[in-house]
Design a protein around this ligand. Structure first.
Ligand code: SF4
Ligand code: SF4
Length: 138
């Protein structure tokens, strides 16, 4: 019973006498390295021809446990299906990554971006245009 107490005291005292071991960083000037497994803001990917990969199949919305994805699909002039509306209510998102796993064409990806705090509610409703990665050729 006394052993955990001594162990705890040892940790406290060792940190107390080692004030130069800094464990905080001066965010936002300094940033910690993010784990490759981190799941942050979604991004919609493009294929090699810079076309949107998403075919508006709706599987990501079905897989989403928070029910925060809204999709409407259309066919373009070549009969290719794409999303006319793709929205994610980021305040409801729990960043589980199920949408990424469910996507059959690897169109959606959870990036390392975590600086998405905002004071306005409507900022957290992300449209397809905000989620799409920029064109490579532009
Ligand atoms: S990460 Fe999870 S909660 Fe967020 S949109 Fe994807 S499936 Fe839904
Ligand atoms: S992101 Fe993927 S799963 Fe979601 S609608 Fe588009 S193609 Fe389907």
């Amino acid at each position: 019973m006394i052993k955990p107490l001594i162990k705890g005291l040892y940790v406290t005292i060792s940190h107390f006498f080692n004030p130069f071991k800094v464990v905080t960083v001066q965010y936002p000037d300094e940033k910690l390295t993010i784990s490759p497994r981190f799941r942050g803001l979604h991004e919609h990917l493009r294929d090699n021809g810079d076309k949107e990969k998403c075919v508006a199949c709706g599987l990501c919305a079905k897989a989403c446990p928070s029910d925060c994805i809204r999709i409407e699909g259309i066919e373009d002039e070549n009969g290719v299906r794409k999303a006319s509306v793709y929205e994610i209510e980021m305040l409801r998102c729990i960043f589980c990554g199920f949408c990424e796993e469910a996507c059959p064409v690897d169109a959606i990806h959870l990036s390392n971006e975590y600086e998405i705090a905002a004071t306005k509610l409507d900022f957290h409703l992300y449209s397809k245009e905000r989620l799409l990665v920029p064109k490579r050729n532009s």
